[in-house]
Design a protein around this ligand. Structure first.
Ligand code: F6P
Length: 364
């Protein structure tokens, strides 16, 4: 007879380390005598009752694997469940179905591995429906408050840094300006870290609006020193001073209706038009989310998974596990996703970057 029954789901965009968290959750739940359900495809599986009891067999070999063995979606909010009817989206409230499904399987706590969208839903489920939830902070963007690190960020940073390294050799050979557009949504953490790690000349962040003439001034300064190529790392959420975000398209029914993209291409077009220097853009896109997690992310994900189960065992519900000074703590889930954690524009890392001559496109 199990000591209790738990469930786990992965919500929102996929992220390296999801499988490592699932493995940590399942292993520690089973070791402590709990049954653990794996819910398929995020909140969709909770609404449609698609879940199965997990065994050691289900998690065998998944630690280094990217993606999520449970599947995920960044649609399907139980409070606003979008259904396409006659070419239009109609929204239904499915909270009662969720509560019934959890009750039917005797699930006493739900572990939600997700970013701000999924964690906000988890907070709402606890507040509005009395569901016991535990959040695990996932996102390559590293933009959740109340934790020093989300899992997945380290891997995205490594992929982006390798891309900057590779762009260097081709940029140098052709005397070109190369821009690399990276993800991160409204936060510039991936751009900032990979830009510094890769030795970029210009880093453009959502937090520091840029002036294209300052970017060009940096490129010209390099040319005057005999450096005939330049590397720009630009966050997808970067925008010019007084200008707009580059929006690729709007997506109805998604947790995040604005799909960003295009700022890198816009910048290289402007540079080429104003200077005549051959310029190119590479959009790194989903390569930052796919594939095997780094050792750092594997360890952090494992610790988060184990801590989530520990919180369930201690009945420390309605919290998110979080990293503080290398310890895993818990914070109230309502606080965990209430706003986005941005790069402070006066942070010591930005000051260090400026000291080594990196331009943020805002210099006079
Ligand atoms: O939040 C993670 C992230 O990869 C962002 O960096 C990016 O803007 C977004 O998700 C893309 O989401 P989607 O999977 O909906 O295209």
């Amino acid at each position: 007879m199990a000591k209790g029954t738990l469930a786990v789901l992965t919500g929102g965009g996929d992220c390296p380390g999801l499988n490592a968290v699932i493995r940590g959750v399942v292993k520690s739940a089973l070791k402590n005598g709990y049954d653990i359900y794996g819910i398929q495809n995020g909140f969709n599986g909770l609404i449609n009752d698609q879940m199965k009891l997990m065994t050691y067999e289900d998690i065998s070999g998944i630690l280094p694997r990217g993606g999520t063995v449970l599947g995920t979606t960044n649609r399907d909010n139980p409070f606003k469940f979008a259904v396409e009817e006659d070419g239009k989206f109609v929204y239904y409230d499915k909270r009662d179905t969720v509560v019934e499904n959890l009750k039917k399987h005797g699930i006493e706590a739900l572990i939600v591995i997700g970013g701000d969208g999924s964690l906000n839903i988890a907070a709402e489920l606890s507040l509005e429906c009395g569901v016991n939830v535990i959040g695990v902070p996932k996102t390559i963007d590293n933009d959740l408050p109340c934790t020093e690190r989300t899992f997945g960020f380290d891997t995205a940073m490594e992929v982006a840094t390798e891309a900057v390294d590779r762009l260097h050799t081709t940029a140098e050979s052709h005397h070109r300006v190369m821009a690399l557009e990276v993800m991160g949504r409204y936060a510039g953490w991936i751009a900032l870290h990979s830009g510094i790690a890769g030795g970029a000349d210009v880093i453009l962040l959502p937090e520091i609006p840029y002036n294209i003439d300052a970017v060009i001034a940096k490129i010209r300064e390099r040319i005057s020193h005999g450096k005939l190529f330049s590397i720009i790392v630009v966050a997808e959420g970067a925008k010019p001073i007084g200008g707009e975000l580059s929006v690729a398209r709007m997506v109805e029914g998604s947790f995040e209706p604005i799909r960003l993209g295009g700022v890198g291409a816009k910048i290289v077009d402007e540079i080429e038009a104003k200077t005549g220097i051959e310029s190119r853009c590479t959009v790194l896109g989903y390569l930052q989310r796919g594939g095997s997690p780094t050792p750092f992310d594997r360890v952090l994900s494992t610790r988060y998974g184990v801590a989530a189960v520990e919180a369930c065992i201690n009945k420390n519900y309605n919290v998110m596990v979080s990293l503080h000074h290398d310890e895993i703590l818990t914070v109230p889930i309502g606080k965990a996703a209430e706003k986005v954690r941005l790069v402070p524009s006066d942070s010591s890392i930005i000051r260090a970057a400026r000291q080594i001559g990196i331009s943020f496109g805002d210099e006079e």
